[in-house]
Ligand binder design. Structure first.
Ligand code: NAP
Length: 301
């Protein structure tokens, strides 16, 4: 019987694991992909208090080592099913685990544009990760779609690699940090296409061009690019928990500031839960809060 079973080895899940293991509890973290979560793909983090600059990869690797060095057990398997009312039985990969509490920290998955040819051209010019794939397009013309922190940091990163970057955003103002926008404005190889959506993707074996439609004029222009980096946000992936905990209308897990879900003994931390801010700092903070609440629950029951 494990004290805490944590689903997701991103910032929220690993932060929760560190807090729980330091509180003397046994912890298993299950991860269906690689450790680190979304932040592992961020080229440069500049807004984590106390760390002026760090790459997402280094941050995630430090966090993972910190947790495992403290004795957290990480298993790389997808959680398929959770049964029981507490304690819980968790089926992950080929194995079954028993746990007193569960912390769901599954983050969110990249939103796709939903355009014809998008799925076919993934890995052939369509990418959702600039740090993973940017170097393939060294010296080429590329585009980034989105107006949040990911789009701005992707565009900045690509401006240092590509010949030219077109940043396409559906509104005339960005929700991403002004600091990154100011830096982008100084890049002479970045062009902004605002009030615009990507409406078409063309290319036989590889992306060759994108259609961009201005939402005000309805005019569509063809932009030749070798790659389009889609950075239009994330969607939750919580359907397997829908019979256990309440979800909101967008599919995020309903949990308060204390990270408690509608099911006693189950907590939700980080980007998978309803919250007004999804940042590295809030993911780490959620992990600490959820783990502390889960430890209290164990001690009281
Ligand atoms: P985001 O903040 O949700 O931004 C998504 C962007 O895509 C928005 O500008 C949105 O437009 C646009 N968009 C959404 N759906 C679209 C569609 N169907 N077609 C065209 N555009 C669409 O997502 P994100 O940039 O990936 O960031 C996710 C979270 O991670 C945020 O909280 C962000 O601050 C955080 N993050 C933090 C760091 C860091 O701490 N260093 C780095 C990266 C990301 P509207 O603006 O019009 O809604």
């Amino acid at each position: 019987m494990t004290d805490l079973f944590i689903i997701g080895a991103g910032t929220a899940g690993l932060s929760a694991a560190i807090y729980a293991v330091r509180a003397g509890k046994s912890v298993i973290v299950a991860e269906s992909g690689t450790y680190g979560g979304q932040i592992i793909n961020t080229p440069d983090i500049e807004n984590y208090p106390g760390i002026a600059h760090i790459s997402g990869y280094e941050f995630a690797t430090n966090l993972y080592s910190q947790a495992t060095d403290l004795g957290v057990k990480v298993i790389f398997a997808k959680v398929e099913e959770i049964t029981g009312d507490g304690p819980f039985t968790i089926k992950a990969g080929k194995d079954t685990y028993e746990a007193k509490t569960i912390i769901i920290a599954t983050g969110a998955k990249n939103r796709h544009l939903g355009l014809k040819n998008e799925e076919r051209l993934i890995g052939k010019g369509i990418s959702y990760c600039a740090t993973c794939d940017g170097m393939f397009f060294k010296g080429k013309d590329v585009a980034v779609n989105g107006g949040g922190n990911t789009a701005l940091s992707d565009a900045l990163y690509l401006a240092g690699i590509a010949n030219h970057v077109t940043l396409i955003h559906r509104r005339d103002s960005f929700r991403g940090d002004k600091a990154d926008l100011d830096k982008l404005n100084t890049c002479d190889n970045v062009t902004f296409l605002l009030n615009s959506n990507v409406t078409g993707l063309s290319g036989k074996d590889h992306l060759e061009s994108i259609a961009v439609t201005n939402v005000k004029t309805r005019e569509t222009t063809n932009v030749p690019v070798s790659a389009l980096f889609v950075a239009i946000g994330q969607e939750p992936d919580n359907q397997i928990f829908a019979n256990l905990v309440d979800l909101d209308e967008k599919g995020y897990i309903k949990a308060g500031a204390d990270c408690e879900t509608s099911h006693p003994g189950i907590y939700a931390a980080g980007d998978c839960r309803t919250t007004s801010l999804r940042q590295l700092t809030t993911a780490a903070a959620d992990g600490a809060i959820a783990a502390t609440a889960a430890c209290t629950y164990i001690d009281r029951n």
